[in-house]
Each structure stands twice: as C-alpha cells, then as structure tokens.
Design a binder for this molecule. Sequence first.
Ligand SMILES: [Zn+2]
Ligand SMILES: [Zn+2]
Length: 256
Amino acid sequence: MNCRLIDAYLDQTDTQLSPEAARHVQECERCRRLVDALDRLSTTADIPVALRTRIEQGLLASLRPVRPLPPARAFLVTALAVFACFAVLGIVIMGVSGARDANWRQLGVALGILGAGAALLASSLTRQITPGSAYRIHPARLLASIAILLLASLVLLSPWTARPWRLWSGWTCGVAGLGVVFPAAALLCLLVRRGALLSPALTGATAGLLAGLPAVVALQFGCGFGQAAHVAVWHAGTAFASAAAGFLFGHFFGRR
Ligand SMILES: [Zn+2]
Ligand SMILES: [Zn+2]
C-alpha cells in the first residue's frame, strides 16, 4: 500500500478503510492528515434536514422556466435585416440630394465601410447574446475600431471647405438621423431581449451603434451639405450618440 493507492481508495469509497490501508494511514503522516481532513469535511457537510429542506425549497421556488434561445443565425440575419431595412427606408424618406453633390465613388466607399461595420457589429451582437460563443475580437475593441474607422473615413471622404460652417446649422440632420435611430434601436432592443444579456452595457452600446449606422447611410445620401466637420458632428455623431445611449440604457436597465 502506498500514498497514491490511498488517494485512489479515498476517491472511490467512503466506507471503512481496509486493514492494510488503515495500517498505512497510521504510519504515514501525509495520509493521516488527508483522512482527518476528509473526516472533518464530512461532519461539516452534515446539515440538519430542516435546513437542507429550506435551502432546497428556496432554490426550487426561485427557478423559472426559460425560453430556449433562437439559433444564432436567426439573430445575425435579423440584426442585418434591421440595418438594411432602415438604411433603405431612411434613403427613401430623406431622398438622394446628397448623392447628386457627392462623388459616387466616395459614396460607394462610405457605403462599403458602413455595411462592413454593420456586418461586424451584427456578428459581435449575436455572439454577445449567445452564451458560450468565442470572440475573435473583443466587443469593446471592435466598437472602438469601428467608431474610429467610421469617423475617419467620413471625414476623409468629405471636403473641408464646401461652405462656411456653423456648428448648430446642421441640427436638422441630427434630428432626421434620430428619426431613423429610434425605431431601429427599438427593434434591436426587442431582438437582444430574446438572447442572454451577459454584459448589458457593452451589448447596449453595440446595438446602439448598429442602430446608428442606417441613419448615417441615409444622411450621407440625403444631406446636400457634405462638409467634413458637419458630417463628423451631425452624421457620425448621430451614431455615436446612439451607441452612448445604448450603453447607458444597458447599464441601468439591462439587468432583469
Ligand atoms: Zn501515505
Ligand atoms: Zn447633414
């Protein structure tokens, strides 16, 4: 009999030690301490029946039936559909007077970046609300990267000196943008609630930025005032405000 055999023996049985094992335990200090510790554990685990029943009943009473999660692909497709539908709807409502002034190649690049950003955000959102999903990029890093890329590309694609610019003169674009953001965000909120909210603030910010992107698409098409500072504040700014609102909403109301 040796220490390893005693370990295996104690793993398998809580009945009396065989005489041979008992002799080893008597002689070996390590095994004696192990057996003592296990004895102490088994006495503390001796919970009174009344207490155990109370704990059991408390746990059982707090259990609620859960709705099984829809498949991840359904989340992804719905999130992308919300982006696409509101982008098209926004363009239909706001018109394409911006497209007449803008270089079509610039508009195409902006649209490509916004579409790619939406696809990445929708994928990240799906992973966030599907427990056990692995991230290729951490959601917070992805959010920051897309926000920076969005701002940089919109600013770089727009001229700085289109017309003299006053900060507040573009507020109508902000208001029109929010008109697209609100219904898109409401739909994404309903979608997210079907999933498992593990980090509500981060998921709120992701959904918020995703809801903001169709507004930016619509504004790029509909706004004839495509000057860089205006675009940065009133077009990209709409999406950033939506992301910030989503973050706060998730932080304060996300835990059900
Ligand atoms: Zn031993
Ligand atoms: Zn504008």
